[in-house]
Design a binder for this molecule. Sequence first.
Ligand code: TYD
Length: 289
Amino acid sequence: MLVTLEGLDGSGKTTVREALRNRFPDATYTREPTETWYGEAVRRSIGADDADPLAELFLYTADHAAHLTETIRPALNRGELVISDRYSDSRYAYQGVTLAGEVTRPIEYIRGIHEAFTRPPDLTLYLDLDPNTAADRAGATNKFERVDYLAKVQDNYERLIDAEPGRFTRIDATQSPEEVIARAETAIEQHLETWQKSRRLRPDVSRECSNAPYDGNSQFEYFAATYNRVSDSRIRQRLPKYQPLPGEWDTLTEYRSGAQPDPTAGRTPGRHSGNHCVSGSSYSSGGGT
Ligand code: TYD
């Protein structure tokens, strides 16, 4: 399961991440910008007041691509909990501001670039802090830490939350560190519980398909198997080209409400041929450990 920490500079993400190590010692902890040479290139750009905004976006995005390949996907494939201090939403929120005037609809533009290869988070903890306090706490050490800039970044985060309220948990970052940490722990625990239940429900499908590309129809089975924990908008976001068969969404909706046991039971794999997620007995067995 992938959990990301997001928020303005100075919102306390790093404190939370460090505290979570005690509660979830087996998780993989990581961050963006990464500690690799890609991340190093990003940091050079952060330090350059005259950096080209589009070039900067692609540096961050290159760092994200390598992060996915080298850290995120391998850890998820091992079945680990992964906690990342900043992730793709930082790009949507921050570069969504620096690219205003450079490209039309910057957030949508950046999302479009990511959609082809990224792995969206399962849960995002948003540490909510007003821009004045954020700039004060961060000490305005880089070009991103100024109040007017952070106010726009905050607006972008709000837009992202509005678009996917189910993925975000908002945490008031003006509370004491103990309260913020407790809230973060509870949110992760609750989400983990649901996630583990869904893995028990369809263990093979979850494992097999976690590595498959999100390429439209072929991913349907994976989402059908985990539908009780994801929202329609999430499915539609990951499957932009998916054309449901007549009645398919209804079946899934009933499944989520508990009225139907399993939308993939007895399904004919033929329509999705070529995708290992639907082959063999992996999804027809159900049950699990
Ligand atoms: P941050 O994690 O806050 O670094 P540090 O712990 O060193 O303060 O990230 C550094 C800055 O980079 C921060 O101001 C936010 C910005 N940033 C982006 O603009 N876009 C991104 O995609 C990421 C990951 C960070």
